[in-house]
Ligand binder design. Structure first.
Ligand SMILES: Cc1cc2nc3c(=O)[nH]c(=O)nc-3n(C[C@H](O)[C@H](O)[C@H](O)COP(=O)(O)OP(=O)(O)OC[C@H]3O[C@@H](n4cnc5c(N)ncnc54)[C@H](O)[C@@H]3O)c2cc1C
Ligand code: SF4
Length: 326
């Protein structure tokens, strides 16, 4: 591992200033960053440890529920309010990684974890995300786990987070503090960006930006919520495809519909067109198929990952059927 210096931030404003210095990186739980440093995929000169900052609280606020950036995945999944009102989030968190990892992994770090593309993690391979302009060995390579939506000729990586998919279905907002101390809110929908011809840019964050919290709006009354994850093993495995759903049925028809998908795209995927197709309609097998067609209208398989298209159709139908029978 390349030598680096370590500093512990004691104030939120200082953390951003230190992290804005070229070569610096924020470290929270370290469960992703340290692995990538050992592989020489990430080679920061300085680590700015933010874990002593005051960002560990979860609290009800006027317009919903605020989750500090340092709340661990374990504590978030176990929180009473989350389990009662945001069940999809608790389920998604518990489907991720292992108990030990969830005890360290934080809310902010989870949103910013890097792709699990094998070529990204192999410094002998060509990877535009790791080394802009070098090429992409995954497109013609072993791409079974990679994306079928939102890809480009430069990158077909997926975003690996389960938590972020559930938060996408819950219309979460990310609170960010810039290095100059100013704060802004970014809708999670706009937080991650598509690869285009700059796959090394993954979010709208600037150097020195610190995630301070994530806010969920008030819960949707009486909603059916679920998180379904297809993966190679029952635990300790990332999603091949996942579906987060927050749905209400009124007078026998879909009413509130929020569906987000993991494992399909470079960002937690949400497409309002599917929700428009379902809203106001009576559940039926034909309607479920129509929703899947809309989701996958622009999908493209790359060989090994072609199976994701029919699997996505089956998963959508199964989640919508469960919602309609709930
Ligand atoms: C074996 C294994 C299996 C896993 N399985 C799953 C899984 O099934 N599902 C899943 O969703 N995840 C899984 N994970 C990933 C795990 O959830 C993430 O590694 C974890 O959530 C990252 O959080 P962290 O606090 O450790 O982040 P770190 O490793 O500390 O940081 C990750 C990134 O976020 C940045 N960062 C951290 N906090 C902030 C902040 N507040 N502001 C700005 N930048 C910040 C860091 O600079 C770094 O770039 C797995 C990980 C491992 C090792
Ligand atoms: S898919 Fe993206 S992350 Fe994977 S090798 Fe290609 S450019 Fe790199």
């Amino acid at each position: 591992m390349k030598p680096f210096t370590y500093e512990r931030a004691t104030a939120v404003a200082d953390a951003g200033r230190s992290a804005a210095i070229p070569g610096a990186a924020i470290i929270a739980g370290g469960t992703n960053l340290l692995d990538l440093m050992k592989l020489q995929v990430e080679t920061p000169d300085t680590l700015v440890d933010v874990t002593r900052l005051d960002m560990h609280a979860m609290e009800a606020v006027d317009d919903g529920f605020r989750i500090g950036a340092l709340v661990t995945n374990s504590n978030l999944a176990a929180d009473r309010t989350v389990r009662r009102d945001y069940e999809v989030l608790s389920r998604a968190l518990l489907s991720g990684a292992t108990g030990q990892l969830r005890n360290k992994a934080t809310t902010g770090g989870n949103l910013l974890q890097r792709t699990r593309c094998n070529y990204f993690q192999d410094t002998n391979a060509r990877c535009n995300k790791r080394e802009p302009g070098s090429g992409c060995d995954a497109i013609e390579g072993l791409n079974r786990i990679l994306a079928v939506l939102g890809t480009s000729d430069h990158c077909i990586a997926t975003h690996p987070s389960d938590m972020a998919v559930a938060m996408q279905a819950l219309d979460a907002t990310v609170e960010v503090m810039a290095a100059d101390g100013s704060s802004r809110n970014v809708a999670l929908q706009d937080f991650h960006v598509l690869p285009g011809d700059t796959p090394h840019i993954e979010t709208v964050l600037e150097a020195g930006d610190l995630i301070t919290a994530v806010t969920l709006p008030k819960p949707v009354d009486g909603s059916f919520q679920t998180y379904r994850k297809a993966r190679d093993r029952a635990s300790y495995a990332f999603a091949l495809i996942s579906v987060a759903a927050v749905i209400t049925i009124k007078d026998g028809r879909f009413d509130h519909v929020a569906l987000a998908f993991g494992g399909l795209g470079p960002k937690p995927w949400r497409d309002p067109a599917i929700e428009d197709v379902l809203r106001g309609e009576e559940p039926s097998t034909a309607l479920f198929g129509k929703a899947a067609d809309v989701l996958l209208a622009d999908a493209r398989g790359y060989g090994h990952n072609d199976f994701k298209l029919p699997l996505a159709c089956r998963m959508i139908a199964s989640v919508l059927r469960d919602a309609s029978e709930s």
